[in-house]
Write a protein that binds this ligand. Structure first.
Ligand SMILES: NC(=O)c1ccc[n+]([C@@H]2O[C@H](COP(=O)([O-])OP(=O)(O)OC[C@H]3O[C@@H](n4cnc5c(N)ncnc54)[C@H](OP(=O)(O)O)[C@@H]3O)[C@@H](O)[C@H]2O)c1
Length: 269
């Protein structure tokens, strides 16, 4: 049994979440149903993935109670004002067909076509809005994604509240040590997105050899590695066997192999 992650507000997040980026609605519906059957209790989506409706329907059709699963969605990266934030949030609630969202994240500190530009003012405005949703009981927990240390500091200094979660690009070879350490020291749960490098790690011969030693797949090795780094992995698949495999993690990676995997920093994709 994998241990939940717990935010500094005491909210439990199930340890492996099903990723759904690039899952078309029909595939996504099946993937979520299979994931719940395999034991997942956490699904990660976003307004921009255009599959919130499929996620919501699959969760409702599962027969599980609303408090038995955890669903994350995200405010689009280009929304940097409170009014549009509110509109998008209620659209997500409606798409998911739920009264509340477990975790709501600011998808990125900048719109995707303006990566690196300063949107501090807009990030503060939407962060305040997210905290208001939380106060009203419309979300259980709030956080950010793709935020660097400076972005986290800017919103938390201005508003006085740290995000509970930062969802970041994280896998063997890209582990963001400085950001991860900063988050973990400040009680921010780090979620690892693209834990398989969006599939690019799966054919790595070095990883294949290590995985063979444990009788597991490269995917399982990579997901276990994220947990070893105390990051919450969000593997995506639309295939039933792979979905089940990705949460079957009953093995530990030896210190020696962890050292080797750590030595691949900057040398995988
Ligand atoms: N916050 C953000 O900005 C952000 C950005 C990127 C991703 N994310 C989140 O993180 C999730 C995961 O990241 P990702 O979608 O980039 O990719 P990923 O989980 O790193 O890799 C997914 C790829 O690996 C394949 N795969 C999965 N399990 C496998 C297995 N056991 N054996 C062989 N192949 C396997 C999948 O193929 P099939 O589907 O065909 O099985 C897919 O091609 C996303 O879906 C999303 O929820 C968030």
């Amino acid at each position: 049994m994998l241990k939940d992650f717990v935010t500094y507000n005491g909210i439990s997040i199930p340890a492996v979440g099903l990723g759904t980026w690039q899952s078309a609605p029909n595939d996504c519906y099946n993937a979520v149903r299979w994931a719940l059957e395999a034991g997942y209790r956490h699904v990660d989506t976003a307004f921009d993935y255009l599959n919130e409706q499929a996620v919501g329907k699959a969760l409702r059709d599962s027969g599980l109670g609303r408090d038995e699963y955890f669903v994350t969605t995200k405010l689009p990266a280009d929304v940097k004002d409170a009014k549009l934030c509110e509109q998008r949030f209620f659209q997500s609630l409606d798409n998911l067909g739920t009264d509340y969202i477990d975790l709501y994240l600011i998808h990125a500190p900048w719109p995707w076509d303006q990566v690196g530009k300063d949107f501090t003012e807009g990030n503060i405005a939407v962060w305040e809005q997210l905290l208001e949703f939380k106060q009203k009981g419309l979300v259980r927990e709030v956080g950010v994604s793709n935020f660097e240390i400076s972005h986290i500091q800017a919103i938390s200094r201005a508003v006085g509240v740290m995000p509970a979660v930062d969802q970041i690009y994280h896998f063997v070879g890209v582990t963001e040590p400085e950001l991860r350490e900063y988050c973990q020291q400040n009680g921010i749960v780090v979620e690892a997105y693209s834990p398989l490098g969006t599939g690019r790690l799966l054919s790595d011969e070095r990883l294949t050899e290590i995985a063979r030693g444990y009788g597991v797949s490269v995917a399982q090795l990579c997901i276990r590695y994220c947990l070893h780094k105390n990051t919450l992995p969000l593997p995506k698949s639309v295939h039933r066997e792979r979905i089940a495999q990705n949460i079957s993690l009953d093995f530990d990676i030896s210190e020696r192999d962890i050292e080797f995997l750590d030595s691949l920093e900057g040398k995988t994709v």
